[in-house]
Unconditional design. Sequence first.
Length: 446
Amino acid sequence: MVAYSIRETICPDFYIQQQKPDLYDELINSAVVKNPSLNAAVFPAVQQYMLIQIYALMDDVSTLKQYRNFYKDVKIFIDLVHHQRMHNVYTAGIVPMHFFNGLYKFTDNVTAECLRKKLLNLQRSLNYNPNFMKFTDYTLNNTRCAKRIQKDFKKYNFYLKNDIVVNKPTFLWFTKFRTHGNLQLRLMSIDEGAFTRHDGSVKRARYVHVIGNMRNYEDDDMQIVQIPAKSYQEMAIMMVKPKSDSFVLDTRVIWQNFAEGSTFQEVNLIYPEINNVDYKIDMKEKFEQMGLSNTFHRRHHNIRIFDLCDDVLKVPYRDVSNYDQEIFIELKGQTLTVETMFSLSDNIPISKTPLKTSGTSSAGSDANINSILLSTVQKKPNNALKTIAMTKTFYLLMYENRISYNPKDLFSACKKYNKTVNRMTSNNAFLSVYIDDPFNLDKYQN
């Protein structure tokens, strides 16, 4: 492990952020409750990964290590993307020139070598395209500079395209998480009925009635059930039903109460199918509230590679001004699918890769909404069992199920910050979505 000497003068934004409350507390204090445009968010265990990625690539202060898979059915991966304006599309797998320039931000040779090794470790943990090891001819006006760049790019397995425009890149970075798996529950029936939203209005929903052994918890404020799923062995999937108007979502409190007071028993569980819930969220305001906006200001610009290349890199990079998050959730029958994406880009619109969705389905008209119109696979329910019905607005949470956590898995540059990472990610929610309408959330999309 290479030891990195990080000075306050090198990355003041990073040190300032260390003194602030952690990301989780900032989200809670921002009243992230009962507002789909704010509340559907990947919570700290995932957002921290994203922040580490930003720091590693923008500030040269972090070592991004392994991104572990929760399970074989849960794919967590990073695509490092360089957007070429001339093509009006982005090309995955190309290391941005800005990334390379960061290696030569300091004149000290020892520091530069540490950064090279840091970058090499970072490369090994990222997924690149099949042509990553290739190096195509690349010509700069200064021959000596070009040869040095080519030598280093070959040594550290960089990949550039012939048509790359050094002076005018923009960025689209995104972290995408895709999960898909079946729930371990015994299906009793699929019916239609009423779903009550937070404002008291009633919508039609398609309900799934299942029976299974599952942990559950109940107090005056909420009712919680943990759904068993073999495909998600290292995740805890929970449905949280608020019981009071004053309920405030705090995933750490929920986890603690559930761990200490839950019971394991066979229950009737009734939940609505969630069809193509697609949240599109502008995270810029959140980042500004957390004091992170300076991470993307104009000081992140083209930095000279060598003095000999002073005439090559002069145009600053465009500011990163868009912070967009998109979450797709689908729960059909006993199959749960979750997919998320976070992107950073400049203020010029960039077409994003759409999340894959299944065909939308309709639950029928709103007439006679309180009556059950459809019944399939109907079996005699066991009325002696405890019944938990998610017939009103509720939260769908996913917790990382690890009981221990090594912050060195993520980065080792700042030990002080690692303690915060440890507290935030261990046994914490990495997804929280407020389900206010299982079928139609278009009116809430940004």
